[in-house]
Write a protein that binds this ligand. Structure first.
Ligand code: G6Q
Length: 545
């Protein structure tokens, strides 16, 4: 792919560096004073998502210079290549087509000569029929009891999406059913997820693209043992296990009926997969119609990303602002702060999406990158974070750009809570931007020794993302917004957002260590002295009681 191999040597990049030298320290107070309409003009909208980016350390000129990067890296052409099913995941020689998963039935997307939309909708139809039967109590277990508990077993991309979305949309879920998500190979995860469930009414959805993942298969085997300990008969697996995978052979090997497998394809990356059959547990929880609404919301954002001019394109604007701070101010991290308890797992989800996609240090050609790539993504829901880490956001020495996410209408009628919640969101962005000067602090009668402690420098950048309410469609819009933000940043940096070779080494080394931990006799070890000593200490500690 043509691109921005030498983006940092480009005239566009140099112009930004020069511009940063000129305006980098200009205070948001000055920028707002100089343009009283800034808060009304530095906004953009897509679907139901409204973005206020006025509290960023940018001028109109900054945005013009940042937008020039999209030309430089051929962003338009790269977007078209993704939507057309070109093999843009070059290191795995695959298309990247999660956008097809939420494309309406009547459109065709031809990949390597085949219309993938027929396959996508055939699986969606099967998922809907299945979810409908489970929700209606028509899917019965081995003893004839209706299934009332659903446990998704998966990890990473096969867990975080449905787990996050289930929490986000709990208010829309069938409250008479129980949903659990097991991921960790720490046995306490499966134990806690199952200890109070009735096996006869429990269904396991084993979600694994490869169906070879250590954690998922270990947990699936543990689940089978738990089930059979109660129900006795191997035949029980048939109606208590279904699979979501690309690997029919391995699914059959585990003992799950291939007729109970929901398929997806290698052109769906793990962390981009929750709009595929990986969302099956979520569909059972919220019902097929709401799952369709979620897909509809994603499609709205996909179309916005594909067609909106870049200066009004939400994913592009967010991406460029991230590049401005990460590459020109040296910001290392990005905080995501949803003011919604339902979104308590959103940051973990986005952490994987962003850090596994853009945590790369070589470009598409395999050459070392010459500038920082993806940020450390972190955060927690407000207002909890305010009583914990916001101190550092306000008065610490680091620059941390923050995305605040809020909703106009709550899903509840509890007291004054919604206005209190949103007042805090608005107050945080105001305080971070404008701070409080020593003069203002002194004017309040604060003693001289405390003035420095009680002053706030301000000039800390934030985006505010507002939507009418946390509906399935809005959740879909938000997820797709961040997916495409990450895509845009990868395009500018000329890196592959869709592979994850960095997770392999640890897996290989763990497979070497497993027999050393399990060996009955003291194994001979030839790791480094630290790893050798730790393994010996662990073995000794485990065996002493
Ligand atoms: C995501 C990653 C990773 C993957 C898990 C689970 O992009 O590739 O998080 O989703 O390792 O893999 P399986 O679905 O194959 O079990």
């Amino acid at each position: 792919m043509e691109g921005s191999r030498s983006i940092t040597e480009s005239a566009e990049w140099r112009a930004l560096a020069q511009h940063h030298a000129q305006i980098g320290e200009v205070h948001l107070r000055t920028l707002f004073a100089g343009d009283p309409r800034r808060g009304e003009t530095m906004v953009a909208e897509a679907g139901e998502v409204f973005l206020d980016y006025s509290k960023n350390r940018v001028t109109g000129e900054t945005l013009r210079l940042l937008l020039a990067l999209t030309q430089r890296c051929n962003l338009r052409r790269r977007i078209d290549a993704m939507f057309a099913g070109e093999h843009i995941n070059v290191t795995e020689n695959r298309p990247v087509l999660h956008v097809a998963l939420r494309t309406p039935r009547d459109r065709a997307i031809i990949v390597d000569g085949e219309d993938v939309m027929r396959k996508v909708h055939a699986v969606l139809d099967r998922m809907k029929a299945f979810a409908g039967r489970v929700r209606a109590g028509e899917w019965t277990g081995h003893t004839g009891k209706s299934i009332r508990n659903v446990v998704n077993i998966g990890i990473g991309g096969s867990d975080l999406g449905p787990a996050m979305a289930y929490e986000a949309l709990k208010d829309y879920s069938d409250r008479s059913m129980t949903f659990r998500f097991v991921s960790n190979v720490d046995g306490s995860d499966i134990r806690e997820a199952t200890h109070d469930l009735d096996p006869a009414a429990t269904l396991f959805i084993v979600s694994s693209k490869t169906f070879t993942t250590l954690e998922t298969l270990s947990n699936a085997h543990a689940a089978r043992e738990w089930l059979l300990a109660e129900l006795g008969d191997d035949e029980a697996v048939r109606c208590h296990f279904v699979a979501v995978s690309t690997n029919a052979e391995k699914v059959a090997e585990f003992g799950i009926d291939p007729a109970h497998m929901f398929e997806f394809w290698d052109w769906v990356g793990g962390r981009y997969s929750f709009s595929s059959a990986i969302g099956l547990s979520l569909m059972v929880a919220v019902g097929p119609e709401r799952f369709d609404d979620l897909l509809g919301g994603m499609h709205v954002m996909d179309e916005h990303f594909r067609t909106a001019p870049f200066e009004r394109n939400l994913p592009v604007v967010l991406a460029l602002l991230g590049i401005w701070y990460g590459n020109f101010f040296g910001a290392q991290t990005q905080a995501i702060l949803p003011y919604s308890q339902y979104l308590w797992r959103l940051t973990s989800y986005l952490q994987q999406l962003d850090m596994e996609s853009n945590g790369k240090s070589v470009d598409l050609e395999g050459d070392p990158v010459e500038t920082a790539t993806g940020p450390v993504v972190w955060g927690q829901p407000g207002t909890n974070g305010q009583h914990a880490f916001h101190q550092l956001l306000h008065q610490g020495t680091r620059l941390i750009p923050c995305d605040f996410i809020g909703f106009c209408r709550p899903n509840h009628q509890v007291g004054r809570h919604q206005d209190l919640l949103m007042a805090n969101l608005f107050a945080q962005t105001e305080a971070l931007a404008f701070g409080k000067t020593p003069t203002e602090v002194s004017a309040e009668g604060v003693g001289q020794t405390l003035v420095a402690h009680r002053s706030f420098p301000g000039n800390r950048p934030t985006n505010t993302i507002l939507a009418p309410a946390l509906t399935p469609s809005v959740l879909g819009q938000l997820v797709a917004l961040y997916e495409h933000k990450i895509f845009t940043q990868a395009a500018v940096w000329n890196i592959n957002a869709f592979d994850q070779w960095g997770v392999e080494l640890g897996k290989v080394l763990a497979n070497r260590i497993i027999p050393e931990l399990e060996a009955a006799d003291e194994p001979s070890l030839d790791h480094d002295s630290s790893t050798n000593a730790l393994i010996r200490r662990y073995r000794a500690g485990r065996n002493s009681e």
